[in-house]
Design a protein around this ligand. Structure first.
Ligand SMILES: Cc1cc2nc3c(=O)[nH]c(=O)nc-3n(C[C@H](O)[C@H](O)[C@H](O)COP(=O)(O)OP(=O)(O)OC[C@H]3O[C@@H](n4cnc5c(N)ncnc54)[C@H](O)[C@@H]3O)c2cc1C
Length: 432
């Protein structure tokens, strides 16, 4: 049980961490483990393990709240080694982006959805962010870490967790591989999907219903699509149980990728090429593009029980917050990183459990959506696009998607006009 009396440590207990003496190749000045001069058992308010999306946001929020914050990252250079643009939903994070002044990239409310024969343009209250990932200064992770450092967080790179000592459920000592020992009031586990950190802390996740995603994509210039409009393609023949997406930032940086489920046996890069060759729209749009780099991903979403274990809070991919329908992980990482730090500031871990309920609801809906998605064939995708176009003439599609059951009458009218849509009705109960 953490109480107010043992939470805030003596303000005179300074962390004496030297500034990095040389920039890494990206020009960033984060502290390297070899330069740390931590005293024996330094006491801090919060230790964040992992400086990806969730960890960097947690560090910024915690530091801005005045907490004595240390964030450790095992890589010498923080940021994802694969430069790319991630597209993620904006829901629930716009206020966080504004409050922390995050460099999140372009914001768009327009997306275009393609079936093999048709397409539908959706203008929605729920938009997308185009998030630059990588190790460059303007990537989301590095720019957020820089802000965290300016707000007072100690950012230590090139360091690993060697050992962890616990008193019951509470982590009370963390030993770094460089020999230093830290005594944290709270720990935020933000180390992604690698099991190492949780295992060392003796936290076992009972994972259920994993959904594996495997993706291959390319970052390019010269993609012939409008800027800030994400394009999503479905084709159950060329990309079964998956989708292809494209986007272009306002600076002209393009991203195109295929995302598949792991039961897919064909090589994901081959599948990417195969889809492009068989889709006339896409092959035209990428005909003049120049690839800057490619990226590859293998991740999974899963159901787990608790995200709070003693004084440890799991955030982002460590807490398995990835959306199981499309594999969005950036949105829940920003959201959970922020709310974990906020709960620690308030010394109210129940507040974290409360604030992640909305995200967990979205994950549940994603699961329902996924069950429907897996059953769809190309005729269904064509019908869906037609149905959405028909419905959008009469109703607000945002409201429809929030509560499809309320619009049964409108659906019936659309079906009367286009009898081919009748077979789509079988999917409605899954969403009600
Ligand atoms: C190629 C690819 C494409 C993707 N595309 C999208 C997309 O378009 N939209 C979207 O929403 N999501 C996308 N995702 C998912 C998204 O990137 C992740 O969900 C998100 O990065 C999770 O953030 P995180 O902070 O939890 O973990 P990560 O970003 O993985 O960060 C974890 C950090 O912890 C560090 N770490 C690990 N172990 C230790 C340790 N022992 N000690 C110290 N540090 C440690 C790692 O080095 C890493 O820096 C994609 C993922 C990949 C790989």
């Amino acid at each position: 049980m953490i109480t107010a009396s043992n939470f805030f440590f003596e303000s005179s207990t300074e962390l004496k961490l030297l500034k990095t003496t040389a920039p890494n190749s990206t020009g960033a000045f984060f502290k390297q483990s070899t330069h740390i001069t931590l005293g024996h058992m330094e006491k801090i308010d919060v230790l964040i393990i992992g400086a990806g999306v969730s960890g960097s946001v947690a560090a910024l929020k915690a530091a801005k709240e005045g907490l004595r914050t240390v964030i450790v990252e095992k890589k010498k250079k923080p940021g994802d080694p694969q430069t790319r643009v991630d597209i993620t939903r904006d829901s629930g994070i716009t206020e966080i982006v504004q409050e922390l002044k995050l460099e999140i990239g372009d914001h768009s409310r327009v997306s275009r959805w393609f079936s093999p024969k048709d397409s539908f343009i959706l203008t929605s209250k729920i938009g997308d962010y185009f998030v630059k990932r990588g190790q460059e200064e303007d990537s989301f992770e590095v720019s957020t870490l820089r802000k965290a450092e300016n707000a007072g967080a100690e950012v230590i790179t090139g360091v690993r967790i060697e050992g962890i000592k616990k008193d019951g459920h509470m982590v009370n000592e963390v030993i770094l591989n460089s020999g230093e020992e830290i005594s944290p009031g709270y720990v935020i586990a933000a180390s992604g999907q690698e099991p190492d950190v949780l295992r060392k802390m003796g936290i076992k996740l009972e994972e259920k219903n994993p959904v594996h995603f495997i993706a291959y994509g390319e970052i390019s210039i010269g993609l012939d699509i409008p800027k800030k409009v994400s394009h999503i393609f479905f084709d159950s023949k060329t990309i079964p149980h998956g989708y292809f997406y494209m986007g272009k930032t306002s600076e002209g940086l393009g991203v195109s990728a295929v995302v598949l489920s792991s039961d897919e046996i064909m090589n994901v890069k081959e599948r990417y090429r195969h889809f492009i060759e068989h889709n006339n729209t896409v092959s035209g749009q990428i005909s003049k593009y120049r690839v800057l780099n490619s990226f590859y991903s293998s991740r999974y979403a899963a159901e787990i029980g608790e995200r709070v274990h003693g004084n440890v809070l799991l955030v982002g991919d460590s807490g398995r917050f990835m959306d199981p329908l499309v594999g969005y992980g950036v949105n829940p990482s920003i959201y959970t990183g922020y709310w974990a730090a906020d709960a620690i500031k308030r010394q109210d871990l129940a507040a974290y459990k409360k604030s992640i309920r909305k995200t967990l609801d979205e994950i549940r809906n994603g699961r329902k959506g996924r069950n429907v998605f897996l059953a769809l064939k190309n005729e269904d995708f064509d019908m869906l696009m037609e149905g959405m176009k028909e419905l959008s003439k009469e109703i607000d599609i945002d409201e429809f998607m929030d509560n499809p059951g309320r619009y049964s009458l409108h659906i019936a009218k659309a079906v009367l006009k286009k009898p081919g849509l009748v077979s789509m009705l079988k999917y409605l109960p899954s969403f009600i």
